[in-house]
Unconditional design. Structure first.
Length: 180
């Protein structure tokens, strides 16, 4: 490759670098973007909630690709089955699992599986783009988890969240405890 071609390739790569970094979402130590999501629970579709309105609580945002798929079901069942160990009594920790599914689909899944946490419907992908979990042209969110402290500071990012690795849940438990 000629020197001119090499410089051209490097220039194009560097020109694209900010877009790649921006797609990563907030880093540890940064303020979490304020997004608003329609909430679904096992009791049905609820009102919308903004991240700003949850100030004072530790918030776990668990982006995932699609309701009722194998990996996502493993992950959500692990949260359900280990809820007390991972998140405590739920008084000072809010867990929101986020996908592009509709609120009705998420409420149905939460009811069928008796999931004790919230689901956030991100049909338009606004939260996914703000947190860097939805790349341009992709249909689904990437599996990424953010632990946000009561002041809305990102304390942990697990990218990707390893839903089939038991040690990932130990890391999550430690991150939630540290963020409290």
């Amino acid at each position: 490759m000629s020197s001119l071609m090499r410089r051209t390739v490097v220039a194009f790569a560097l020109a694209g670098a900010p877009a790649l970094v921006a797609a990563q979402g907030p880093a540890v130590g940064e303020t979490a973007p304020d997004v608003t999501l329609r909430i679904a629970t096992r009791d049905g579709v609820q009102d919308s909630v903004s991240l700003r309105s949850l100030a004072g609580k530790t918030v776990v945002l668990a982006f995932f690709p699609k309701a009722r798929t194998s990996g996502c079901t493993i992950q959500m069942k692990a949260y359900r089955d280990q809820y007390q160990r991972l998140f405590g009594d739920g008084k000072d920790v809010v867990v929101i699992a986020i996908s592009r599914d509709t609120p009705e689909e998420l409420a149905s899944w939460a009811r069928d599986e008796q999931f004790p946490f919230w689901f956030g419907s991100d049909v338009e992908g606004v939260a996914g783009r703000a947190f860097g979990t939805l790349a341009e042209g992709r249909q689904w969110e990437s599996r990424v988890l953010f632990v946000i402290d009561p002041s809305r500071t990102v304390r942990s990012v697990m990218r990707p969240f390893r839903e089939v690795d038991p040690t990932a849940y130990d890391e999550l438990q430690a991150a939630v405890a540290a963020a409290r």
